[in-house]
Design a protein around this ligand. Structure first.
Ligand code: SAH
Length: 208
């Protein structure tokens, strides 16, 4: 049965992701599949596929689809990776990661958001490879380190050093960084050193 959002979702992929250069087939497939409307409150659903961020309650936002796609593509996932995500929020980005990576460990500060994201992903959508924790993202999730990839969806003033410790060799981390003006930064860990690449300007809620 076709659902009412299928066409909006196809349009999102064709008009927002492909023309802006998203090329990773696994990212495109995940975003063509995941029902973004499930991650929003009923009142906001008709806007599920608009080309921008949307409120998800508790003063937080779900990122613009293109930004989710771009950050996921920057992680360069081949499929076998263990990923640490900071800022579960609605769980939409978590679901995109879970479609592609082997395991996703997602940390969220606000219990209400963590509970609704885990209810949706583990209950309704039945993902078997996602694990949720309520806590301070700055501390990461040391029990399951090292991670192959780390993604932050809230912006710290500087990348938290404990997270670098939890990133494995040849690991990649992607984060919005900055206070007044934020940039997306891609970090690569090689020979125990971090190489940073500053990319586009972005606007994320702060990592608090
Ligand atoms: N990726 C999410 C959007 C997240 S918005 C989505 O797809 O919906 C950023 C999230 O980071 C918010 O849910 C916010 O509560 C969370 N956050 C902010 N500071 C945090 C911290 N110190 N530790 C963990 N989560 C944090």
């Amino acid at each position: 049965m076709d659902e009412p959002y299928a066409e909006l979702r196809r349009n999102m992929v064709e008009r927002q992701l492909l023309p802006r250069g998203i090329r990773d087939g696994a990212v495109i497939a995940a975003m063509a599949k995941i029902q973004r409307e499930l991650f929003l409150d009923e009142g906001a659903r008709q806007n599920s596929y608009v080309d921008g961020p949307l409120p998800i309650g508790c003063g937080q936002t779900i990122s613009q689809p293109y930004i989710v796609a771009y950050m996921t593509e920057l992680l360069g996932l081949a499929g076998g990776e263990k990923v640490l995500e900071i800022g579960s929020g609605s769980g939409y980005q978590t679901a995109v990661l879970a479609e592609i990576a082997a395991k996703v460990y997602s940390v969220e500060l606000i219990p209400e958001l963590s509970h609704s994201a885990s209810g949706l992903l583990l209950g309704r959508l039945n993902y078997q490879n996602v694990f949720f924790k309520i806590g301070r993202g700055q501390d990461g999730w040391p029990e399951y380190a090292l991670y192959d990839r780390i993604i932050l969806t809230a912006a710290p003033a500087e990348f938290p050093h404990k997270l670098f410790d939890q990133l494995g060799e040849d690991g990649i981390a992607v984060a919005p960084v900055g206070v007044d003006s934020q940039r997306l930064v891609r970090y690569v860990k090689q020979n125990n050193r971090i190489h940073a690449d500053e990319l586009i300007g972005v606007i994320f809620v702060p990592l608090v």
